[in-house]
Design a protein around this ligand. Structure first.
Ligand code: FUL
Length: 701
């Protein structure tokens, strides 16, 4: 009898399972906003290149004024196939080119202006860079994107209705003559002083009204429906709010775009989007391999260190954003060797980090599965099918999913994806690992979105559990993957103060080895023990060694002129001389000038270098820390051997300093000098206040 009952029970439960598995359970309803098909395709691209290349490449500027002659554009070995090969090898999916930057020079022979390649010596005016790139992209299976600067510092009619017709005509040319364009990039820098056909004046416009973006976008979609619009106006993707390539840890694709268009959103909010945003406007993180966007020879040794590049990857793609990585094209018309080498390193590290997926053979279970139906099974997250997902019941917006390994497994990366076609939902989650029976939390996080990648210290885990603790509705998770990435040893930081004291630092328990003669350091080089003094010009190279795993870091190189030991402040127009000393203390984080009302422009500082030096440039490190950076936008720089007769060596603007407050390097003809006079003549913003982190010189070798 007992057995009989057992059989019946078994039979009933099998039937129940069978019914619940075959029964169709409706998929979750979408939570608005949701992405369009075009946006979904764009999300899948994840990683693509930016190429800044124009007249600026030849004039050594970041922003041209608009009066530079097109005859200066003369690459000696332009090869867009080389760009495409390097981009493809780096695993990127497309290239966006600066068809026209702010100075108005066109890389294609536009029918609407003389200011283009057609009036340059390159290919006797017969060339077309956009066409060559479109062809190379096609050959290498890459998508083409276009940057067309709305701001045009050359055009006589900029600011008037005539320019809008010109701008739209150029858009038409670019969107019809070069095949498919996956993205059109409209930069936010707009209005200011410029050449404007010889008027040489300041022109300010209201970006939103002037361009009538609604209409401009309508025109774009009519001509080229598959082109995604980026940037100003009611666009389909947004700036990430900085030029460092980093998204917020919390990052919603939704954005309150209506508020943004009404001027009610500060750009720093772009890093995180808005939980209550009414439109799907995902973030794209743009950053250059170097400090500047255009190629400058002085930045050849300033390509971002490999650890920074890796961080950028994880803090953009790993934080629900696409990564747009700029590779400046050099004067030859090629990707420079320095950038190519760094890209290869980055590609190798990313490949190694995601080499072996670890969850694929694990046992998966979840605390809730929608309708108990296998269509929404927890195991869908490891089946590698983009269109399947684990979902929970409608009333369940928190649940756990557990992966049990067959044997203890090393893990330090977790990749998660929501099925964003149905909206971005997860608000908070955490990750636990089970080590020999004890659960330990390794991450406490907020959003997931299209893709989230977590890095945590390597653990040998028996199981991993992801607890989603809050969401906008039921859960819809398409992918969870885990990896064990090799250890990346961070290269040392090199600092030298005013008196020439050199300090090297690295991660805890790492040894540092260095050289002072320009040779590559190895673990047989000098072991760093404590800060030491070295006042002469020197090239320091250092590596860190993780002694536990016996792995070395990449090399950090720092070039120094003579130390500023003998430097002093002669005079400063604001504050006491002691505070002014901060501009020569070797530390860009300490500043002179605190944006208060006493500091009116112009501001001037005179420095005595203590002895006569031969110099051919100066550097200005803007303030790095603080909410208001009091940045200098225009300057004059003078030198003197006797403090009475001054020679103007350089004057002009620090272009793009607002969005990218990097060290500014200005070169000039070599001269002898003992005294330096730096004058700030204009500042960013309305405060009229300025500050300086550090002033330095470029010494002639
Ligand atoms: C900025 C521009 O002003 C820069 O020159 C550069 O093109 C960068 C990508 O966007 O805002």
């Amino acid at each position: 009898m007992k057995n009989h009952i057992k059989t019946i029970t078994l039979y009933v439960s099998c039937l129940f399972i069978l019914i619940s598995c075959t029964e169709t359970v409706a998929p979750p309803t979408a939570i608005n906003p949701t992405p369009s098909e075009k946006q979904l395709k764009w999300h899948d691209m994840q990683f693509y290149a930016f190429t800044h290349f124009s007249l600026n490449t030849f004039t050594n500027k970041e922003w041209g004024y608009g009066d530079e002659s097109p005859t200066l554009f003369n690459p000696t070995a332009l090869d867009t196939r080389q760009w495409a090969r390097i981009v493809k090898d780096a695993g990127m999916k497309g290239i966006i080119i600066t068809a026209k930057h702010h100075d108005g020079f066109c890389l294609w022979p536009s029918a609407y202006t003389e200011r283009s390649v057609k009036n340059s010596p390159w290919k006797n005016g017969q060339g077309d860079v956009v066409k060559e790139l479109a062809e190379a992209c096609k050959e290498y299976g890459l998508k083409l994107g276009i940057y067309l600067s709305p701001w045009d510092r050359n055009h006589p009619e900029y600011g008037k209705p005539g320019y809008i017709t010109y701008f739209r005509n150029q858009l038409k040319e670019l969107l019809t003559n070069y095949g498919d364009v996956f993205e059109i990039w409209f930069d936010g820098a707009n209005g200011g002083d410029g050449y404007y056909g010889g008027a040489n004046e300041m022109r300010k416009i209201n970006t939103l009204e002037y361009y009538n973006w609604e209409e401009t976008y309508k025109m774009i979609y009519d001509i080229s429906p598959n082109t995604l619009t980026w940037g100003v106006g009611p666009s389909e993707a947004r700036w990430i709010g900085n030029e460092e390539g980093r998204a917020g840890k919390t990052n919603w694709a939704p954005l309150r775009q209506k508020d943004e268009l009404a001027g009610k959103v500060h750009y720093t909010e772009f890093m995180s989007g808005h939980i209550d945003g009414e439109k799907w406007v995902p973030g794209e993180a743009d950053v250059s391999t170097r400090p500047g966007w255009f190629y400058h020879e002085v930045e050849d040794d300033k390509v971002r260190p490999i650890e920074e590049m890796v961080d950028i990857y994880y803090e953009s793609i790993g934080r629900n954003a696409n990564l747009l990585l700029n590779i400046p094209i050099d004067k030859r018309g090629l990707v420079n060797e320095h950038d190519e080498a760094r890209l290869k390193e980055l590609t190798a590290i990313i490949k190694a980090d995601f080499k072996t997926e670890l969850l694929v053979n694990s046992e998966v279970s979840a605390t809730n599965v929608r309708g108990n139906n296998k269509v929404y099974a927890a195991s869908n997250v490891i089946n590698n099918q983009k269109n399947s997902y684990w979902a929970t019941d409608d009333d369940i917006n928190s649940a756990s999913i557990t992966f049990e390994f067959k044997e203890p497994t090393n893990v330090n990366r977790l990749l998660l994806q929501e099925y964003v076609k149905l909206g971005q939902r997860v608000k908070t989650f955490n990750v636990e690992v089970n080590i020999n029976g004890t659960w330990k939390t390794v991450a406490n996080e907020t959003t997931i979105g299209y893709k989230r990648i977590l890095r945590f210290p390597r653990v040998k885990a028996n199981a991993i559990r992801v607890n989603i603790t809050d969401a906008k509705g039921c859960l819809v998770i398409s992918t969870i993957k885990a990896y064990s990435a090799p250890t990346l040893v961070k290269s040392p930081i090199i600092e030298r103060n005013k008196n020439g004291v050199i300090k090297l630092s690295a991660e805890q328990n790492n040894n540092i080895f260095y050289t002072l003669d320009g040779t590559t350091p190895t673990p047989n080089s000098t072991l760093y023990k404590k800060p030491f003094k070295y006042t002469e010009a020197v090239k320091i190279k250092a590596i860190a060694l993780n002694t536990q795993e016996n792995i070395t870091s990449a090399v950090t190189t720092s070039n120094y002129g003579k130390s500023k030991e003998k430097w002093g402040i002669v005079s400063a127009t604001s504050g006491d001389l002691k505070t002014a000393e901060k501009v020569i203390d070797g530390n860009p984080r300490t500043i002179w000038g605190l944006g208060n009302n006493e500091h009116k422009l112009p501001q001037e500082i005179i420095i005595d270098m203590g002895s006569q030096l031969t110099i051919n440039g100066f550097t200005y490190f803007p303030q790095q820390v603080g909410n208001n950076l009091y940045l200098i936008s225009k300057y004059e720089f003078y030198t003197s051997t006797n403090k009475t007769k001054w020679t103007k060596q350089s004057a002009g603007e620090f272009s793009n300093i607002k969005n990218n407050p990097i060290e500014q390097i200005k070169t000039f003809k070599s001269c002898k000098a003992r005294y330096l006079k730096f004058i700030a003549t204009a500042a960013i913003g309305n405060s009229n206040s300025v500050s300086i982190g550090e002033i330095g010189v470029l010494e002639n070798k």
